[in-house]
Design a protein around this ligand. Sequence first.
Ligand code: ADP
Ligand code: ADP
Length: 222
Amino acid sequence: MNRRTFFVLLGVPGAGKGTQAKLLEDRLGLPQISTGDIFRYNLKNKTELGLLAQSYMDKGELVPDEVTIRMVEDRLQQADALQGAILDGFPRNLIQAEALDQMTAPYGGVSLVPLIHISDEDAMLRITGRRVCRSCGAVYHIEFNPPKKEGVCGLDGGELYQRDDDKPETVRNRLYVYYKQTSPLVGYYFAKGLLVELDGNRSIESVQSELMELLAEKEVAQ
Ligand code: ADP
Ligand code: ADP
């Protein structure tokens, strides 16, 4: 069997999945696949998919499964995912998790599911202070991970902006949607023996080193 490595990062919005996935991407040589980023890219380019996703994203609701699953299926077939991928923001409900199992079954299935824990209060603080580079998508925080120059991306000089759905009203609904639809995945992956849990309430670097240790321990990354 042509084995591939698939990590699924779980955690409430703001837990640090994207931040950690970007760091892992460099270290492991696997692409980060963020469904949120793909939807935002489509939104920016006003594609049909972007226009469809927008109304759901604005409300903090999930984009319909059919569309999201097909999008991930296509993405996993691209050349850079030949060794596997780090999934960030997908799956977000049981239907998507089952679809991912089917997609990855020929390659040995999902390898490991790190769950990053933070409190809801911290999630609110993190998301409302999040700023994103308009050109490269790099993620900052006005207080916890500030850019060297206010409002400017340290990587490519792009403008930093606040996502529309990072306003407090929408964030509350996104947390609600997480508990209602995404949190059952914790039990789903625990039952499969794939769940590992870590405390996300520490520096970005400490979370990253623990994540690397866990992956090495489970022998899914050397
Ligand atoms: P998610 O992808 O889970 O929604 P992000 O990676 O986008 O989370 O992080 C949410 C916000 O919290 C960002 O502004 C990011 O800079 C910040 N952040 C991420 N990890 C940490 C951490 N360990 N400590 C403090 N802030 C963090
Ligand atoms: P966060 O990093 O804060 O958790 P994301 O960037 O992952 O947020 O997602 C932003 C929005 O994109 C979600 O609120 C939802 O509308 C849509 N979205 C992202 N991933 C999925 C998914 N797997 N299924 C359905 N909708 C999704």
